[in-house]
Design a protein around this ligand. Structure first.
Ligand SMILES: C[C@H](/C=C/C(=O)SCCNC(=O)CCNC(=O)[C@H](O)C(C)(C)COP(=O)(O)OP(=O)(O)OC[C@H]1O[C@@H](n2cnc3c(N)ncnc32)[C@H](O)[C@@H]1OP(=O)(O)O)[C@H]1CC[C@H]2[C@@H]3CCC4=CC(=O)CC[C@]4(C)[C@H]3CC[C@]12C
Length: 270
């Protein structure tokens, strides 16, 4: 009997779904532990651009399919086409890797919901996220050195700024994996939940942020990002400028009005 069913079309390597004010980005190659493919990275880059250009989107959630987060670059495809060829040909300038949010940061909060392994490029992109939730069996590591590769996804610069230097050096140089409880203790992640519940927790936190004034949320994010690594006295002028613009908004009048009228604010982002 000839199979007349249409050939199954391959699932996209990354899924992007809007849920109200939330954009959910799911790395989708579970058979390869969501290892990063060119297709996946291209969809991720488009998702970041969509999130930043659509005022309806207030929060982005990044997660992985199949109970895995991300196993980093696809080591097998590297055998076909070593990244160095793209560098040497000039086809790719690794100074900015938008898909991994290196040299480009979202204007909206990005929440990571991690289940299973977040290894190498998986932990690298994690360092570009703002709020991080992991299932208790999740594991983390910057394993590039194990394969004599370099963590080009931004973590060599970011990790020592996000966790104690000596621990960052340990993880970068050994490439060893750590489990969620240790990652939480280090402050690499903020929440540990039972396995399978990271995405639900991410939605819970995202809903709280989505209910807040979007202009205030985005202004806070901007100041945190722009003041990174600066002396506080270098930051107050920009802090005041950004803050005053929030207070000048219609939403900054809607908030106190809603409080006085004992109702939920209706923020419009204006
Ligand atoms: C530099 C940036 C990042 C680099 C890297 O991430 S290097 C990759 C390091 N990854 C690892 O060490 C993880 C390896 N995997 C594991 O340890 C384990 O699999 C696991 C712990 C993740 C899971 O264990 P498990 O027991 O559950 O499962 P397994 O049985 O081991 O595996 C199941 C199945 O999955 C396959 N698998 C797992 N991991 C991978 C993987 N990483 N690659 C491929 N396949 C994987 C495994 O083989 C099994 O398969 P099976 O068939 O069943 O045997 C780079 C990040 C992005 C790059 C830039 C992208 C854009 C660019 C494009 C260019 O052209 C130029 C360069 C560049 C700018 C590029 C530059 C470098 C990056 C920034």
């Amino acid at each position: 009997m000839t199979d007349t069913a249409a050939p199954e079309t391959a699932a996209p390597h990354c899924l992007v779904e809007q849920d109200g004010h939330k954009l959910v980005v799911t790395m989708n190659r579970p058979e390869a532990r969501n290892a990063l493919s060119g297709e996946m990275l291209a969809i991720m880059e488009q998702a970041w651009e969509r999130a930043d250009s659509d005022p309806e989107i207030r929060v982005v959630i990044l997660t992985g399919a199949g109970g895995y987060f991300c196993a980093g670059a696809d080591l097998k495809s590297m055998n076909q086409k070593p990244p160095s060829e793209s560098f040497e040909s000039g086809a790719y300038d690794p100074t900015v890797i938008k898909s991994l949010l290196k040299g480009y940061r979202l204007k909206k909060p990005l929440i990571a919901a991690v289940e299973g392994p977040a290894i190498a490029g998986g932990t690298e992109i994690l360092t570009a996220t703002d709020i991080r939730i992991a299932g208790e069996s999740a594991k983390f590591g910057i394993s590039e050195a194990r394969w004599s590769l370099y963590p080009l996804g931004g973590s060599v610069v970011r990790l020592p700024r996000q966790i104690p230097q000596t621990v960052a050096m340990d993880l970068l140089l050994t490439g060893r994996h750590i489990k969620a409880p240790e990652a939480k203790e280090l402050g690499l992640i903020g929440h540990v939940v039972p396995d399978g519940e990271a995405l639900a927790k991410a939605h819970e936190i995202a809903d709280l942020i989505c209910a807040n004034g979007p202009l205030a949320v985005q202004a806070i994010l901007k100041t945190v990002r722009d003041s990174e690594g600066k002396h506080e006295n270098e930051c107050w002028a920009e802090d005041a400028k950004v803050g005053a613009a929030v207070f000048a908004s219609n939403d900054a009048k809607e908030g106190p009005r809603a409080f006085a009228e004992k109702r939920t604010p209706n923020f419009t982002g204006s």
